[in-house]
Design a protein around this ligand. Structure first.
Ligand SMILES: O=C(O)c1ccccc1NCC(=O)[C@H](O)[C@H](O)COP(=O)(O)O
Length: 212
């Protein structure tokens, strides 16, 4: 199972989280976020981390050419699209970035929102289901309706996100079987400041699900 800890802002925390066993670190490139990091910060955080981990850049309604420039200048392996990007936008980005994983995040308001995910099946590599919030794009701490999602079985890999933490991860993964999980505020002291004890507890509780 892929384990993404998102909203990394500090080099020592990024390194510690990689050592604890996360398989991916997420970097927020949305300027309005309190977890925003720039290219220099991404370099400082990733410099001492082994290549085998994924570095995922999170964008929202950014121009494809700007994402391409950022990818050229950083070790990011994947692009997560967290805004209102259309399937056509994703295809355009795919042309610009043939070697990067493209992850489309869907903010799920109701059953209809995840049923609409089918329009992305041919334009991205991976889906990510996150909670809907009227003001915030991500990092909300809100959970999805896991029961309603039980019949979500897309033909491509997907991450479960939204309000996951050490206390609810067991229940979430007993009900659902995503290929990855994405956690941010559930392992934080404050936005962008990760609590390493909470990350360690999350990883410990994930142990029995890791081979899924
Ligand atoms: O985290 C942010 O501040 C953020 C801002 C703008 C767009 C996306 C953002 N986060 C995206 C993520 O991948 C988070 O990990 C995801 O929303 C889950 O967050 P949480 O509910 O806090 O675990």
């Amino acid at each position: 199972m892929r384990i993404k800890i998102c909203g990394i802002t500090q080099p020592d925390q990024g390194q510690a989280i990689a050592n604890l066993g996360a398989t991916a670190l997420g970097f927020i490139l949305v300027p309005s976020s309190p977890r925003y990091v720039n290219i220099e910060q991404i370099h400082a955080i990733t410099a001492a981390i082994p290549d085998k981990i994924d570095f995922i850049g999170v964008f929202a309604d950014e121009q494809p050419e700007i994402i391409q420039q950022i990818i050229i200048k950083t070790p990011l392996t994947s692009v997560q699209l967290h805004g209102m990007e259309s399937p056509e936008y994703c295809q355009r980005l795919r042309q610009l970035l043939p070697d990067q994983e493209i992850i489309k995040a869907l903010r799920i308001k109701d059953r209809e929102s995840w049923q609409k995910s089918a329009i992305y099946f041919n334009s991205v590599d991976t889906l990510l289901l996150d909670a809907y919030h009227p003001q915030l794009l991500g990092g909300t701490g809100h959970t999805l309706d896991w029961q309603a999602l039980a019949s979500f079985l897309p033909p491509l890999p997907w991450f479960l996100a939204g309000g996951l933490n050490p206390d609810n991860i067991g229940e979430a993964l007993t009900r659902l079987h995503p290929q990855g999980i994405d956690v941010s505020s559930g392992v934080e002291r404050s936005p962008g400041d990760k609590d390493l004890k909470k990350v360690a507890l999350l990883l410990e509780r994930l142990q029995k699900f890791r081979d899924q």
